[in-house]
Design a binder for this molecule. Structure first.
Ligand code: SAM
Length: 240
């Protein structure tokens, strides 16, 4: 049991970018960040879907408790593009699990950017699953499955080629949930904040136990987003 995951208010929020904040009123689109020029570069010919997702998230995200209102002026850079820069790491045709998709970050964004891959969005909260289903339908994405489950109960989706996660938990608690879902030779791709190296140190035991190798911290999106996205990347050599 991972009691700390029962209520995401109690999970490790050290790099939680969802930005809990007081409620705003009025038209959310007025506060939405202007689309950065780099968005079209990052999404390529999928930019129209990227725009629709960002607009839908701006319109519904606060009401559904997916994002805080203070996130609207940085929705593109801090959330959507921060997720989309991962797209080149997704293997061609891969089956990818996204643990704790929430608003669809990075799972739905990657499903937009990488239509060749299939994404299983693993999310325990009903309302968030409803949003993920509805939004995938609205966008006409046929490469998305939503699974209402905690990662530790999601064995039916294994083995996956890659697993992503953003703002779910510290590495030392995330690795035991994520690694068992990945096939031998598959990958963990975890978005992290500035303290990623400290988290890697704190997770040494779990890294050894779950036989992670080729560990690296990569920075993505430099020159495209104001703050590069830090990613913990590792190969899962064998199930423990
Ligand atoms: C802080 S939110 C982050 C959501 C999204 N990834 C983002 O970056 O905006 C954490 C999400 O992880 C989900 N979560 C918490 N524990 C989980 C678990 N054990 N397995 C799968 N998802 C979990 C929560 O329901 C919540 O949607």
């Amino acid at each position: 049991m991972h009691a700390a995951f029962g209520d995401d208010r109690r999970s490790d929020r050290a790099d939680d970018p969802s930005g809990a904040a007081p409620t705003t009123t009025g038209d959310p689109l007025k506060s939405l960040e202007v689309e950065p020029e780099s968005a079209a570069t990052i999404f390529g010919d999928r930019i129209e879907l990227g725009r629709r997702f960002t607009r839908d998230l701006a319109l519904h995200g606060e009401l559904l408790g997916l994002i805080g209102p203070l996130e609207l002026p940085r929705l593109w850079t801090r959330h959507v593009l921060n997720s989309a820069v991962l797209a080149p790491l997704i293997l061609p045709g891969a089956r990818v699990g996204d643990i704790g998709s929430g608003a669809g970050l990075p799972g739905l964004v990657l499903a937009i950017a990488r239509p060749d891959a299939h994404f299983v969005l693993i999310e325990p909260m009903e309302r968030r699953c409803e949003w993920l289903h509805a939004e995938a339908d609205r966008l006409g994405l046929d490469n998305v499955t939503v699974l209402r489950a905690r990662a530790e109960d999601a064995f039916s989706v294994a083995p996956l080629d890659q697993v992503t996660a953003r703002a779910v938990s510290a590495l030392r608690t995330l690795i035991p949930l994520a690694a068992p879902l990945v096939r031998r030779g598959g990958e963990l791709i975890v978005l992290k904040g500035a303290r990623v190296q400290d988290e890697v140190e704190a997770a040494r035991k779990q890294i050894a136990k779950y036989r992670l190798s080729a560990i690296e911290v990569v920075e993505l999106g430099r020159g495209l987003v104001p703050e590069a996205t830090r990613v913990f990347r590792a190969t899962v050599d064998a199930a423990s």
